[in-house]
Design a protein around this ligand. Structure first.
Ligand code: APR
Length: 236
């Protein structure tokens, strides 16, 4: 074990929510919940068939809010660690679910935004939403229908909070990526940014995704996240 970390950035991806019952993106069939990704996760797909896109995210939202979906031990342990760790801690997630906040995480950035939010295309104002919405829904700021879209970063769009994320990566001494395939830019390059200041880089994933990290720990997130972060609290 090296020196005690003082500033940690954790990046999570779909793999951390897999054991909570939310499907990951890159299954062997290349489909996301039975849809080609460009149908439901691109601005062009939304322009071509908004009805399909609204319904797709309405289904995801209903499922997320159902009793079957709950945070698992990996989400809970990250929240516990954040409260016990005495240094700087930032959690960045690519996930659009709310399982980190439900588990109690606080210093959290959703770089691909959130399923439980919608955005006005005119004002860019963002609103909480727990129900279905669509083309006919009246916007809360314009008061007219047809202006609302899911507040989700689609392929080809700029992720949110990048300034804050880059600042934290450049000043951290430990970067941990959990449950992400490393296929999607810019998150796939975070470990390199963290290395600029010689941070130690660790991957926790079901399988090893590449060779760029200093350390790879393979296994289910619900098992390896508690044991890894427990060792950070106790082994120094
Ligand atoms: N524990 C740990 N890792 C797991 C588990 C598990 N129980 N189950 C799956 N994984 C791993 C997979 O091996 C894979 O490497 O999680 C990773 C999930 O990868 P992706 O499905 O590609 O998800 P992610 O990396 O989050 O995708 C990034 O792509 O489609 C876009 O915007 C979307 O945020 C998403 C982004």
């Amino acid at each position: 074990m090296g020196s005690k970390p003082e500033s940690i950035v954790v990046l999570t991806g779909a793999g951390i929510s897999a054991e909570s019952g939310i499907q990951t993106f890159r299954a062997a069939d290349g489909l996301w919940e039975n849809h080609p990704v460009d149908e439901v996760a691109t601005p062009e797909g939304f322009e071509r068939n908004p009805q399909l896109v609204y319904e797709f995210y309405n289904q995801r939202r209903r499922k997320l809010l159902s009793d079957e979906i709950r945070p698992n031990a990996a989400h809970s342990y990250l929240a516990k660690f954040e409260h016990e760790f005495e240094g700087e801690f930032l959690l960045v997630t690519q996930n659009i679910d709310n399982l980190h906040e439900r588990a109690g995480s606080e210093n959290l950035l959703h770089m691909h935004c959130e399923l439980l939010k919608m955005r006005c295309l005119n004002s860019q104002l963002v609103f909480d939403i727990n129900e279905d919405f669509g083309f006919d829904t009246h916007c809360r700021c314009c008061r007219s229908p047809g202006n609302l879209r899911p507040h989700i970063v689609w392929f080809g769009e700029m992720p949110f909070h990048m300034n804050k994320i880059n600042q934290a990566l450049e000043s951290c001494d430990l970067f941990v990526a959990i449950g992400t395939s490393g296929n999607v830019y810019p998150a796939s390059g975070f470990y390199q940014t963290a290395k600029i200041r010689r941070a130690r880089t660790v991957e926790l994933n079901l399988e090893r995704t590449g060779s760029g990290f200093d350390e790879h720990i393979t296994g289910k997130a619900s098992e390896i996240v508690p044991s890894y972060f427990d060792s950070l609290l106790t082994n120094y």
